[in-house]
Design a protein around this ligand. Sequence first.
Ligand code: ADP
Ligand code: GLC
Length: 489
Amino acid sequence: MSTGLRVLQVASEAFPLVKTGGLADVVGALPGALAREGVELRTLLPLYPAVRARLERAEPVLDLGELMGGPARLLAGEAAGLAVFLLEADHLFDRPGGPYQGPDGADWPDNARRFAALGWAARELGLGALPTWRPDIVHAHDWQAGLAPAYLELSGGPRPATVTTVHNLAFQGQFPAGLLAELRLPDSAFTIEGVEYYGAIGFLKAGLVYADRLTTVSPTYAREITTPAFGMGLDGLLRARADRLTGIVNGIDERVWDPANDPALPEPFDAERLDRREASRRALRERLGLEDGAGPLFATVTRLSWQKGCDLLLEALPRLLALGGRFAILGAGEPSLEGAFLEAARGHPGRIACRIGYDEPLSHLIQAGADAILVPSRFEPCGLTQLYALRYGAVPIVARVGGLADTVIDANDAALADGVATGIQFAPVTVEALVDALERALLLWREPERWRALQRRGMTRAVGWSARAPAYARLYRELVAARGSTERR
Ligand code: ADP
Ligand code: GLC
């Protein structure tokens, strides 16, 4: 079912090639999901060493000359099943460490140049540098791709339609104004209506100003970011462009996250064979050295940051233990939070377990083995861990913000009576409200029939991309149709 629509998505990470968070999961899953909608989506990524290692085939297709301080070219090929364009610019991307930070945890000092180069490569593809594959739409993800719509608009000639998706407004990519010329931005673009943001160059801001359409990853976050409380300084711009902004909830890749077929689990299970989940629960306890207590096993898989409410979790831990619960956390991030969780685990062996680092298989086992997954985020554009929890029969306990509000149905009396509840929501995002939510969870957990009904209901919810991809396909089609009609006028 091909509609002939070609979309180039531009991003700094894509699962399973390179991942620091949910962005990678989304970028990695969208091409497959949209193929089923008849949209051909190819992905432009930087050629990091980790990506090079996974390349199945690639050939140079375009010489980009000297780009931000060194030679660059585009490769086209396939990696981990994804059709990719890769920006080969070794002076920018061929180094150890993460996509944004060096091994010491500090941002790469040349991030402005690195991701401007990515935007520039998208511009070249968008303007038709490859006659064999010219996209109808260039879709930029987050600040790292934010200059792509700007470069395309500023090129002044015919260009493809553009979309910017905000996965997280907290990361904006701001760099000194003095880089303007080096980043190939004209002086005329350095205005409030352009790339200027409080005297600096704003990459995300540029993406929000110049793209034809804006999306974010849940309807609630789409509303929240037009308010000062969640707008991170960009709410004015987002209010002005609210008619261009839509929220589309993320899906999950149901092939990667399938409890009935997951190599990280000791035994497969599904909603009909929920009793087999016990094997994962036991495996998780043994792996983490946790006792089998009289209360539920609560767990979290997260970046350790203020956004994710990790400090609230730490404060709630004594109460969680007093309720008879046990707690497991897998995460990496702010050193002070890493230290605090490690210390909590040392103080309560058998009751609290902490694994610092990034461990994809363990993240699957946690979803399969925990009774409940805690997500006390202060803001959450969408959130994926609560969706994995739903699929894996771990009851999500979430703050009522952003995508968490849109994807979990609170087990209040009415929802329980109607059999539609899938988890627990709490508000406001405070320690007290979190502890109340833990208490509510405990009461439900003590009634195994009710708890199982909650698990089953979550496991049968449609959280895959097939429920969400049509919204992106519709957006793409509307956009191309709208531009067609303006061009004809
Ligand atoms: P965010 O993108 O804001 O970090 P999401 O919930 O959208 O939040 O996505 C986080 C993704 O990263 C999920 O796939 C989650 O399982 C994964 N993840 C986070 N921390 C870890 C970790 N320490 N080890 C393994 N996976 C992790
Ligand atoms: C961001 C957000 C998260 C979202 C993810 C994928 O990292 O923090 O809420 O799920 O992007 O869209």
